[in-house]
Design a protein around this ligand. Structure first.
Ligand SMILES: Cc1ncc(COP(=O)(O)O)c(C=O)c1O
Length: 413
């Protein structure tokens, strides 16, 4: 049965009405999968389409030349998102590409230690294992605080006992609403003089980012999630400290360096040394438009509204018999994860999709350590954003209540 979504008059304040009018997808779906990929607003879609059309009309390289000003503005815009100048910004294909580029700058060798959290992103845990297998790097998971999330004091102790080559933390994991205290870990790393790499993929667009406060050497993000940009593009920050060290990716190309002599290359002096030569410029301009849109909305304002919708959702869902809210941590964000008794998370996603409600499933192997500790096989992930209405939150709660009741009734048959 489809659930009708009727906006309450009170919530149709001007901003919400404008955000929704700017977002064509709102007319079709109750989109609660912003941690997967948010609905793009019209200015983002327009920026991409306009550039593709221009490429078709005048040629790819010629279109790139024609849009130099807008491209420069995109770099300024993404810099403003993390409070850094354009010279520290590199555009990459996705957050993972940014992570890989930064890690490849370290020339890791056997015995080098990497300290990371128990909730770091799936792909990065796999990469760490690969580094251990291929290079003999030692991966150490820092313990959590009792309430969840990496314990900065424990990281300090670990660094005192044995130096590490770098510390890596996912600010917000993929599989829960936890917000890890990345600023506190940054202070510990700075004190110990150990490079610090932050994954801000799920944080960008919902949490304010100030790289100076985080004291990180590197940070990477993707465009498509809470920043509401297109798929297939992201960006990274490389600090002045990293640039001054001469850090550069192992597989640096002709974007990042000039071939100045037969046996010599010279790095470009800014973070573009981490970029690839070939770019989807339409997506770069879409990313620039997303950064501009996010700043117009106000990241704190949007993030607070998204977190408050998530808090309502947690409260309402916790009241349903058979639903267990899995999110932990002192601070929580706009990602809600639940375990529903008798239901497989992927089946729930499919049932909700029939009602035009978009959610996603986090499988056990996505957060192997975390889910084992929580004693769950998988989670339904529901991630609202500021452009969602309270009525849409009510709709997903009602749909889940109905599904739980239905199964319970069938169990009694
Ligand atoms: C916490 C976290 N980090 C990193 C990534 C990787 O982002 P991308 O798929 O853009 O490489 C994701 C993707 O879902 C994520 O959730």
């Amino acid at each position: 049965m489809a659930i009708e979504i009727r906006p309450r008059a009170a919530e149709l304040d001007l901003s919400l009405a404008r955000w929704r009018a700017d977002t064509p997808g709102c007319a079709h779906r109750n989109h609660l999968n912003n941690a997967g990929a948010a609905l793009m607003p019209k200015p983002v879609i327009d920026a991409i389409e306009d550039h593709i059309n221009l490429e078709g009309e005048i040629g790819g390289y010629e279109a790139e030349n024609a849009r130099q000003e807008a491209i420069a503005a995109a770099y300024d815009g993404i810099g403003a998102i993390v409070a850094a100048p354009a010279r520290n910004m590199a555009i990459v294909a996705n957050a993972t590409a940014g992570f890989v580029q930064s890690l490849s700058a370290f020339d890791l060798t056997s015995g080098d230690g990497i300290i990371t959290s128990r909730c770091d992103y799936t792909s990065y845990q796999i990469t760490f294992l690969s580094l251990a297998k291929r290079l003999g790097v030692e991966i150490r998971h820092a313990p959590d605080l009792p309430e969840g999330g990496i314990d900065p004091g424990a990281v300090r102790d670990m660094l005192r006992q044995r130096r590490a080559r770098l510390v890596h933390v996912s600010w917000v994991p993929t599989n829960s609403g936890l917000v890890q205290d990345v600023a506190a870990v940054g202070a510990v790393c700075e004190e110990a003089g150990v490079p610090y790499v932050v994954d801000a993929c799920q944080a960008v667009g919902q949490l304010g980012i100030d790289v100076a406060r985080l004291r990180c050497d590197y940070l990477s993000v993707t465009a498509r999630k809470f920043l509401r940009g297109p798929r297939g593009i992201g960006f990274m920050y490389a600090s002045d400290r990293a640039l001054a060290r001469g850090d550069h990716p192992l597989f640096v190309d002709m974007r990042g360096a000039r071939w100045v002599d037969v046996d010599r290359y010279q790095l470009v002096d800014n973070a573009q040394r981490f970029e690839d030569w070939e770019f989807p410029w339409a997506l770069v301009l879409g990313l620039g438009a997303a950064a501009r849109y996010a700043r117009d909305v106000g990241i704190e304002r949007g993030g607070e509204r998204a977190a408050s919708l998530a808090a309502t959702l947690r409260r309402e869902l916790a009241a349903i018999d058979g639903v267990r809210v899995l999110d932990r941590g002192r601070e929580q964000c706009a990602i809600v994860t639940i375990d529903v008794r008798g239901w497989d998370a992927s089946d729930l996603v499919a049932e909700l999709a029939k009602r035009r409600i978009n959610t996603s499933a986090s499988l056990r192997w996505h957060g192997l350590i975390d889910f084992a500790e929580k004693g769950t096989a998988a989670a339904l992930r529901i991630s609202p954003h500021y452009y969602n209405m309270e009525a849409e939150i009510e709709a997903v709660v009602a749909a889940l209540r109905e599904l739980v009741d239905h199964r319970r009734a069938r169990g009694r048959d």
